[in-house]
Design a protein around this ligand. Structure first.
Ligand code: NAI
Length: 415
């Protein structure tokens, strides 16, 4: 099996990053110790395609501690950190990927990763599954199933399931409560602003922030924008989410109206073509745009390029687009997820929960694959609750327990 990375001499810097996050991921530490004793993945081949940075590296170590052979690649060309890839390669993992790979190189990295014929895949956005389904079914002959990390990947699996094209059992890790309630909301809420602020070095207070999509990610982004002192506008297509946004105190508008008033735009819909020509034409000069959704299709870059008379790299991760009327619009991180492409992703403590669910779900697939059908499964409730209890312990929080009498009351026995 081939390892393909940029520069192995960066390994020390990557190792430091991994050691730092390990100190803040106690759930994974506990699961790693347990796995080392019980070896639930002895001899199992696991392929991981998740943003290749330090927290993902920790997950790779935990999976390996369970006895697995692990191949790692990224899931977005701008979120791969070369030093982390080097640290993993130096420690014997099969690693494929580098920062800013071309689309062809990225695709080849995924194929290389699948070439060791994994038994279990960990996908983030569905790219591994797509290759196994549409292009190289020969690489899936030993696959028992997989786990999907994000909302967009879940939508892709559901689409395959609906057309009868899903060939493997996939666990919807994103939909576990201990994942999306915290990762998508609090993780994205914090790390998107970290990405925007460190990239632009501009003030948020007093500005109008437009958040497209009021799902789990959008809620977090809007909540934290408010904390920075912004006026927040939400755009939606779902009437219920729109009412929620309104009652949470935000202005709800059409994107056509929001485009005129916004200073900072953040898309988090998982949909495409959210900001397009009609919006670019009416935006204020200096407007900053970025995306938090999985794919770089929310802010329509081809439209922006077509309208521009000049395109300039303003500073790292900021591209300036000059319009014919002299206005300048700025796009962060090429329209890719700003928190990962222009930052370090979610806080370690948040990914500790998400990846605890991942690690336990991989063990679940390995233990139960003979009983699973080619369809999408929820993470078993016991795993979700176990991770929640581990997290409470890690935070030193205690909660009450139902008495037997309360249990009888709640079950209706003594009503
Ligand atoms: P969600 O399904 O909870 O929310 C998406 C929201 O966007 C929904 O309320 C939907 O009604 C709305 N929406 C859809 N099309 C729209 C349109 N054309 N205009 C306005 N609103 C529209 O999904 P979630 O979990 O918030 O994820 C959103 C995206 O972010 C997905 O692509 C997901 O994979 C990605 N994601 C990114 C993370 C990151 O680190 N940046 C972390 C977790 C998820």
């Amino acid at each position: 099996m081939k390892t393909n990375i940029k520069d192995i001499t960066l390994a020390n810097s990557g190792k430091q990053k991994i050691e730092w996050v390990a100190k803040h991921m106690p759930l994974l530490g506990k699961i790693e110790n347990d796995f080392a004793k019980t070896r639930p993945l002895d001899g199992v081949k696991v392929a991981i395609s998740v943003h290749l940075e330090a927290k993902t590296a920790r997950l790779a170590y935990v999976i390996r501690s369970a006895g697995a052979e692990v191949a790692v690649t990224g899931c977005n060309v701008l979120s791969t950190q070369d030093d982390v890839a080097a640290a993993l390669a130096a420690d014997g993992f099969i690693v494929n990927g580098w920062y800013n790979a071309t689309d062809e190189e990225y695709h080849q990295h995924l194929v290389n990763t699948l070439e060791f014929k994994p038994n279990v895949i960990i996908d983030d956005g569905g790219d591994l599954l797509k290759i196994l389904t549409d292009e190289r079914p020969d690489l899936g002959t030993e696959l028992w199933g997989g786990c999907e990390e994000t909302t967009t990947g879940i939508a892709r699996i559901r689409a395959l399931e609906n057309t009868g094209a899903l060939k493997f059992s996939m666990i919807a890790v994103n939909d576990a409560d201990c994942k999306h309630l915290f990762d998508n909301r609090y993780g994205t809420g914090q790390s998107v602003w970290d990405g925007i602020n460190r990239t632009t070095n501009l003030i948020v207070a007093g500005k109008t922030v437009v958040v497209a999509g009021y799902g789990w990610c959008g809620k977090g982004i809007a909540m934290r924008a408010l904390g920075f002192g912004a006026k927040v506008v939400v755009t939606e297509i779902d009437p219920i989410k729109a009412i929620e946004a309104h009652m949470d105190g935000f202005d709800v508008m059409l994107m056509a109206a929001a485009a005129v008033v916004g200073d900072i735009f953040v898309t988090a819909t998982g949909c495409e073509k959210i900001i397009t020509t009609e919006h670019f034409k009416v935006m204020k000069t200096g407007a900053v745009m970025c995306n938090a959704g999985h794919f770089d299709v929310e802010i329509c870059k081809p439209d922006l390029e077509q309208l521009s008379v000049d395109i300039k790299q303003e500073r790292n991760n900021i591209t300036g687009y000059k319009m014919a009327d002299g206005r300048e619009l700025y796009l962060l991180a090429d329209g890719r997820l700003v928190n990962l492409a222009a930052g370090d992703g979610h806080p370690a403590e948040i990914m500790d929960m998400s990846f605890a669910i991942q690690a336990l779900s991989v063990a679940f697939v390995a233990e139960n694959y003979e009983k699973l059908q080619p369809k999408m499964y929820n993470v078993p409730r016991e795993i979700d609750e176990y991770v929640a209890r581990l997290k409470l312990d890690a935070m030193g929080l205690k909660i009450d327990e139902l008495t037997d009498e309360q249990k009888r009351y709640l079950s209706g026995e003594i009503l």
